[in-house]
Design a protein around this ligand. Structure first.
Ligand code: CU
Ligand code: ZN
Length: 193
């Protein structure tokens, strides 16, 4: 009698366990933990930065440049309007200050490694030397390249500095400016929240 009762009890336990397993198997798998928001996961300085460029006095050049840290360097994607057709010097300048009407408040080319002015693909150059942008007949120019010298963190960080678009082409030779003429647009580089 006791054995029978125990057997029945065991059967009951097994049935409950079995039901439990069956029920669990029918439920959808638990959701994967959500990744932390990018703003929390990003290292100091962030992994994306944006500069909104406004025209200096007498200029119509404006646009936006986005900087994204990748494994190969910083991807630079930009779009500008209101330019004269042709090439225009495109640099990171050392101070994130676009307050002067002519953009002079942004200072000189960002040059933390004390190198000569040069083209973007030169081995030795200012970190801020990003070459030229080429405007089409409609006055529009785009940038889309990856640069290995600029960074969004560390000593070569461009956060808090300024993007400048110039009146003329950078000749990659004249020191220390590339003889690119006046500053037509300026924008402070800010880490994206
Ligand atoms: Cu410049
Ligand atoms: Zn330079």
């Amino acid at each position: 009698m006791n054995i029978t009762r125990n057997a029945l009890a065991m059967a009951g336990v097994c049935a409950v366990v079995g039901l439990g397993i069956t029920t669990r198997a029918q439920q959808p798998p638990p959701p994967a933990p959500k990744p932390a928001p990018a703003s929390d996961a990003a290292p100091a300085g962030g992994t994306v930065a944006v500069a909104k460029l406004s025209p200096t006095t007498g200029s119509t050049v404006r646009g936006e440049v986005t900087f994204t840290q990748t494994e190969k360097g910083v991807q630079v994607v930009g779009s500008l309007t209101g330019m004269h057709m042709g090439e225009h010097g495109f640099h990171i300048h050392e101070k994130g200050d676009c307050s002067a009407p002519d953009g002079a408040s942004a200072g000189g080319h960002f040059n933390p490694t004390t190198q000569p002015h040069a083209a973007r693909d030169a081995a030795a150059r200012h970190v801020g030397d990003l070459g030229n942008l080429k405007a089409d007949p409609y006055g529009m120019a785009r940038a889309n390249f990856v640069d290995e010298k600029i960074s969004l963190t560390g000593p070569n960080s461009i956060i808090g500095r300024a993007v400048i678009v110039h009146e003329k082409a950078d000749d990659y030779t004249t020191q220390p400016t590339g003889n690119a003429g006046g500053r037509q647009a300026c924008g402070v580089i800010e880490a994206k929240k």
